[in-house]
Design a protein around this ligand. Structure first.
Ligand code: DON
Length: 311
């Protein structure tokens, strides 16, 4: 297990250049506890399949996964139920709408969410995780995170989870709409409880880069060669990261950066360059689409400098 990453003057300089863009963004505050983050923070860890790792900024500082957790629940739900079951209930197409939009749920027939990365789709996916209770389902998700990061102490922030639970009325309305249309089953409050806890799972940039590395490495832990996610499922997950991972900025991101990635409103960005490296970034100031503004700039600079586009 990597404990100490190398530093690089060049990466430090790119981080400082990218950090300048943070002032054009804004920290998310619709979940009140996220509003306390420092908008000027920016850090990155890059973990390679050959065991090397590079870091810049405060990579030990923790933040919550938020929407990045959707990548993990998707993998787990497919492992639990199979592809057919999952994609009968959630689509595979980008939306072009904001991450929390309800609009297409009503206009599409059948009324299933367009993809698992928007909130509606992610809530439907979380509803598919096996387990009898919220605790059991969350425990399985945390065990999955422990396997990917090699860190068994990772848990969720009850402060952030409670803050979102109290304010998650839009997500509740998505759930009730989907329950009416038979996409989800069971108690909506329990689903919101599980979803807000999954979004509040706390990691640092090194943990996130380690998750990206397993996804990049076709689902296997590169140190032990142990399979954590079946290869086909890691392929599906990476493809969704390309087409929907940055919401209605995914097309531009694919052109400017070209790395499968997933963002969260805490300012995290998970990246997975197939068979090569995993990336973990945190920069809490967001652009108007809910993606880390300095984080995206940093990835653009890195992609141009090191030729990182997969295309
Ligand atoms: O459901 C929500 O609104 C948040 N817990 C997660 C949204 C999110 O991270 C969108 N990403 N940029």
């Amino acid at each position: 297990m990597i404990t100490q990453c190398e530093t690089s003057e060049e990466l430090d300089q790119l981080v400082e250049r990218a950090r300048a863009y943070a002032k054009e963004g804004k920290v998310a505050d619709y979940i009140p506890a996220l509003g306390q983050a420092d908008p000027n923070d920016l850090s990155i860890a890059v973990h390679y399949t050959d065991g090397r790792c590079l870091a810049a900024g405060d990579t030990e500082k923790t933040f919550t996964l938020q929407s990045i957790s959707k990548v993990l629940t998707l993998a787990l739900a497919i492992m639990d139920n199979g592809e057919d079951y999952v994609f009968e209930r959630v689509g595979m197409e980008p939306t072009g709408d904001p991450f929390n939009s309800i609009a297409k749920l009503e206009t599409m027939i059948p009324s299933k969410p367009l993809n698992p990365m928007i909130n509606a789709g992610a809530l439907a996916v979380t509803n598919m995780i096996n387990g009898n209770t919220v605790e059991e389902k969350l425990g399985r998700l945390l065990a999955f995170v422990h396997d990917m990061t090699g860190k068994s102490h990772i848990t969720y922030s009850s402060k952030v989870a409670e803050s979102e639970f109290k304010t998650a009325n839009l997500n509740r309305s998505l759930c009730y709409f989907m329950k009416e249309h038979g996409i989800i089953q069971g108690d909506v409050e329990e689903l919101i409880d599980l979803y807000t806890k999954q979004c509040a799972i706390e990691v640092n940039c090194n943990d996130l880069a380690r998750i990206g590395l397993v996804i990049a490495n076709e689902g296997k832990d590169p140190e032990t060669d142990r399979e954590i996610i079946p290869r086909q499922i890691s392929r599906i997950v990476k493809t969704f990261m390309v087409t929907c991972g940055m919401y209605n900025a995914s097309g531009e991101f694919a052109i400017r950066v070209g790395i499968p990635a997933k963002s969260g409103v805490s300012g995290g960005i998970l990246g997975a360059y197939p068979n090569k490296l995993g990336i973990g970034i945190c920069g809490p100031a967001l652009d108007d689409k809910g993606n880390s503004i300095a984080g995206i700039k940093l990835l653009e600079m890195m992609s141009a400098r090191y030729g990182l586009s997969i295309f």
